[in-house]
Design a protein around this ligand. Structure first.
Ligand SMILES: Nc1ncnc2c1ncn2[C@@H]1O[C@H](COP(=O)(O)OP(=O)(O)OP(=O)(O)O)[C@@H](O)[C@H]1O
Length: 320
């Protein structure tokens, strides 16, 4: 679906040096980035501010021309075949609108049908689905400028999907949304990926978006990809410890010496124990059996490392 090889984009930025003199310096926003994304994947593209995410997305969608390297999206060269590509993909920029500001939302959708030449029945079916799942009915007749951010974003996602794209690219889709709106949008996007097989590529600073939507994570910083792989594998790589939290029926002072446990901590007077273990040394099931052999277990939970922690460690790779 997406093939990127040795992709690079530089910008020349001017800075004032003295009163009449300007100097120019080169900023490398994206530097030798290579990856492939197959149909049906859901990929999170994350990195700190200025890492090069938006620049990559702009090259993938044909808005920016690469300085060098190769990009193919749906087999097309985005910068040269922007129109053809627009018919195959949907793009949502959280900070920019593709809707007509002064028109009621429904009229924007009509205009998009004409632009993309979507057959009426197909358009009507797709729109009806979005109206239902994203609860658009209460504000379809409202001019876009009067919509709340959450309402507008639901409109933006609908607008990007009306021509049934194979790939949906989202640049910070949940930025500024309240918790409920975020959850509703995530739910919708997850369904879209799983049920329809629409490929998703999204940039975000909200790591809950990633945890909820993406099976694969790509981390970029200073224009280069620092990590790329299944979320679970990256998690094991940088945060190999998981914690078994055990509540006991009767207090036990300590649960020392359990195989595979790298650190143990007791609280609530010995009623609760936090046992950090490494996946390669033991499994949660084995550990639970060991604990049950020593004490009466009331309740058990396995805590995975938080995604924020995993991503922070991945960001630190360059410096580490
Ligand atoms: N049009 C431009 N002209 C000059 N420099 C630019 C331009 N666009 C981006 N840059 C620079 O390229 C680098 C990467 O920017 P980019 O917008 O891709 O980052 P980002 O990862 O999307 O960041 P953020 O999370 O803050 O949106 C930054 O140093 C930025 O200042």
């Amino acid at each position: 679906m997406i093939e990127v090889a040795d992709l690079r984009r530089e910008f020349t930025v001017a800075s004032q040096a003295g009163r009449f003199r300007r100097t120019y310096r080169k900023v490398v926003a994206v530097d030798a980035v290579s990856f492939e994304i197959a149909a049906g994947e859901s990929v999170g593209y994350v990195g700190p501010n200025g890492a090069g995410k938006s620049t990559t997305i702009k090259m993938l969608t044909g808005i920016l021309v690469p300085s060098s390297g190769r990009v193919r999206v749906c087999g097309l060269d985005p910068a040269r075949q922007r129109r053809e590509l627009a018919a195959r993909i949907g793009v949502v920029f959280g900070q920019r609108s593709q809707l007509w500001w002064d028109l009621p939302l429904a009229e924007s959708f009509d205009l998009l049908r004409e632009i993309y030449r979507v057959p009426r029945t197909e358009h009507a079916a797709r729109l009806a689905e979005c109206v239902e799942l994203l609860d658009l009915a209460p504000f379809l007749a409202t001019p876009v400028r009067q919509l709340s951010l959450g309402q507008r974003m639901r409109g933006e996602v609908t607008a990007a999907l009306l021509h049934s794209p194979e790939l949906l690219v989202l640049d910070e889709p949940t930025i500024g949304l309240d918790l409920e709106s975020k959850e509703r949008l995530r739910e919708f996007l997850a369904e879209l990926n799983v049920r329809r097989g629409t490929t998703l590529l999204l940039t975000t600073h909200d790591l809950d978006d990633i945890a909820r939507l993406c099976r694969r994570l790509m981390v970029i910083d200073h224009g280069t990809v620092l990590a790329d792989g299944p979320l679970d594998e990256l998690r094991d790589e940088v945060s190999p410890e998981r914690v078994l939290v055990v509540d006991l029926e009767r207090p036990v002072a300590d649960l020392d010496g359990l195989p595979g446990v790298v650190s143990a901590r007791a609280e609530a007077g010995g009623l609760r124990h936090h046992l950090a273990f490494r996946r390669e040394l033991t499994t949660a099931a084995k550990l639970i059996a060991e604990v049950a052999g020593r004490a009466d277990v009331h309740d058990i939970a396995v805590v995975e490392p938080a995604i924020d922690d995993v991503v922070r460690r991945l960001y630190g790779r360059r410096r580490g």
